[in-house]
Design a protein around this ligand. Structure first.
Ligand SMILES: C[S@@+](CC[C@H](N)C(=O)[O-])C[C@H]1O[C@@H](n2cnc3c(N)ncnc32)[C@H](O)[C@@H]1O
Length: 258
């Protein structure tokens, strides 16, 4: 029998193309600030100690909040994102040392160009097939120089299951968001109903769905593409990772050298 979760999954295959390109997404997540991104990037730079003017890629960069901070540390940073509006906004904020392009991470981006590739704030886990996940990690591995480093910042499944807020509503500048969340054994779901008072109460609906990918799954996925976990952290201050109590799963993986 068709479950509700399967029905949503099938109806919702490209939700990320539409939702992340809306002003509503930018508004709803505006609390995930430049400061949060800057503090995390500063901690990472302090830990990774990249050489001067390292080549870096922010994959799924959104409006570029992490890319700008990486560039402020003197690195040469490219941001890629599927969302045209995210890339337009990123380009408008002129920041020396950055370049931004619209691109789908499931398609190859380049070969042996970057010393560091970052995937910040759960910019993965949206796709329907494991082949798409493999394509992304294969593209990452190909785009890294030998001995390059990949940093993946993902939700922590054990923590997200325990701390899920099932429903909430908020109003931001005359736009009302009703949010409900649930999960099954494979995914987290967030249904967002937007009531835009400025547009005479027109209602829009979106459903985010993010795959439950755990540390062991990432380890296997990374190894398949020549990436090996070096360290794992559990939050943006780079404290140790715990399966249940860490808010984030932050993995530092390396590509072997020739
Ligand atoms: C949760 S947002 C995070 C954005 C940014 N990393 C940040 O922290 O502000 C996920 C981003 O991944 C992008 N994305 C989703 N699917 C993508 C794809 N197939 N190729 C490139 N970017 C994609 C979305 O457009 C969105 O900007």
């Amino acid at each position: 029998m068709q479950t509700i979760a399967n029905f949503v999954k099938e109806k919702n295959q490209s939700w990320f193309k539409e939702w992340f390109d809306t002003n509503f997404y930018q508004q709803l997540y505006s609390n995930r600030s430049e400061k949060e991104a800057s503090d995390f990037v500063d901690n990472l730079i302090n830990y990774l100690k990249p050489g001067n003017s390292s080549t870096m890629l922010d994959l799924g960069c959104g409006t570029g909040r992490h890319a700008r901070r990486l560039a402020a540390h003197g690195h040469c940073v490219t941001g890629l994102d599927l969302s045209p509006s995210g890339i337009r906004t990123a380009k408008k904020i002129h920041t020396p040392g950055t370049q931004f392009y619209q691109h789908d991470m499931r398609l190859p981006f380049c070969a042996s160009r970057y010393q560091y590739i970052f995937s910040f704030f759960t910019s993965f886990g949206y796709f329907t097939t494991s082949e798409e996940n493999d394509s992304v990690i294969s593209n990452v591995s190909m785009a890294l120089k030998s001995k390059g480093t990949f940093v993946m910042d993902y939700l922590n499944v054990g923590y997200a299951e325990e701390h899920m807020v099932q429903s909430e509503s908020k109003e931001i500048d005359g736009v009302v968001y009703h949010i409900s969340r649930w999960h099954d054994h494979t995914h987290f779901y967030k249904h967002i109903e937007v009531n835009d008072i400025h547009m005479h109460g027109v209602v829009h609906e979106y459903t985010e769905q993010v795959e439950k990918i755990r540390l062991n799954d990432f380890d296997i996925l990374f190894r398949r593409h020549g990436l090996h976990l070096r360290n794992i952290y559990g939050d943006y201050k780079l404290n140790d990772y715990n399966t249940y109590s860490s808010p984030r799963l932050i993995m530092i993986a390396g590509k072997a050298g020739e």
